[in-house]
Ligand binder design. Structure first.
Ligand SMILES: [Zn+2]
Length: 307
């Protein structure tokens, strides 16, 4: 039997421990470089908090955390329209990124404008003004991911309303095993230009497009390594940039496996065309838990509370 006095002593010790650790230190004893504060509830939904921010933080630009668990300090807004691009779905307010991402988009759109039938790019989601989790994506949290529409951007005079209503165009048939007739050599050249950009880490696109590019490429194949087959991604392709040099709080993803990855993409296509029967004993997929402020780097609380 535990005596009441023992309980009192234990409680006092626990309180002392918590006071010693403080809100900015973890129980592992690791010092926290930036204690959260300003009254931000660390159990609150990060999506809700970051989703209500209308402007970037007045801080030096820095991606904080990983592509799918992080935020963005000092974001820059991609102008709604430029000489070779238009940002789409502006009501979402997701045309914000790290300055290197904005620079990359301008560069790639200028290259796209040299393709027949293209005057530039229609740019989809980048990130919210201060990054953080967003509905409809797992990543796009640190201003280093951008979705580029597959629809050729031939008209760069679309109104804001048209940019809300116009849809992109799907490039796939047979569930993504093949490209359809909307796919052109220009798509190949634009994805190739993106992959050859030294700032780009990887590009996600449906498996049939990767196999088509593998088959059509007769020159340098090294860039194909960065083209990663993925689910969806037939209305747009997704470009992920490397962490900027010196961004010590930005978490890189391991690089793609060596080689051009063409065989793996062919295997994926085979699986699309020859689906395995569903396993009746497979457990239903577990729901993804909501990302809270405590799941993000502590510096993200600073990004929220900054001016
Ligand atoms: Zn994306």
């Amino acid at each position: 039997m535990i005596k009441a006095s023992t309980v009192t002593v234990l409680m006092a010790a626990l309180v002392a421990l918590l006071v010693t650790l403080g809100p900015g230190q973890s129980a592992s004893g690791q010092a926290d470089p930036a204690p959260p504060g300003n009254g931000i509830d660390m159990t609150a939904s990060a999506k809700t908090l970051f989703g209500s921010e209308r402007d970037a933080s007045k801080q030096p630009a820095e991606p904080l955390g990983s592509y799918s668990k992080g935020c963005l300090a000092g974001g820059v807004r991609l102008p709604e329209s430029g000489p070779t691009w238009q940002a789409m779905r502006l009501s979402r307010n997701r045309n914000w990124g790290h300055p290197e991402t904005i620079g990359f988009i301008k560069r790639l759109s200028a290259a796209a404008a040299r393709q027949p039938g293209w005057n530039g790019l229609y740019v989809g989601d980048i990130s919210q003004p201060r990054g953080g989790p967003v509905t409809g994506h797992r990543s796009h949290q640190i201003g280093m991911d951008v979705d580029v529409w597959m629809r050729p951007a031939n008209d760069l005079t679309l109104t804001l309303q048209e940019r809300e209503n116009i849809a992109s165009v799907s490039m796939r048939r047979s569930g993504g095993a093949y490209v359809n007739d909307n796919w052109t050599r220009a798509h190949h050249e634009i994805l190739k230009a993106a992959a050859m950009d030294t700032m780009v880490a990887r590009i996600f696109v449906f498996p049939g497009a990767k196999v088509r590019m593998c088959n059509d490429e007769t020159g340098n194949r090294t860039w194909l390594r960065k083209i990663r087959p993925w689910w969806g991604h037939h209305f747009h392709f997704h470009v992920r940039l490397n962490c900027p040099a010196g961004a010590s709080n930005c978490v890189e993803q391991p690089p793609p496996p060596p080689g051009d990855g063409c065989e793996a993409a062919e295997n994926w296509v085979y699986d699309i065309l020859n689906p395995k029967p569903p396993d009746p004993d497979a457990p239903p997929p577990a729901p993804r838990p909501e990302i809270t402020m405590a799941d993000l780097p502590h510096l993200c609380a600073r990004v929220l509370s900054a001016q």
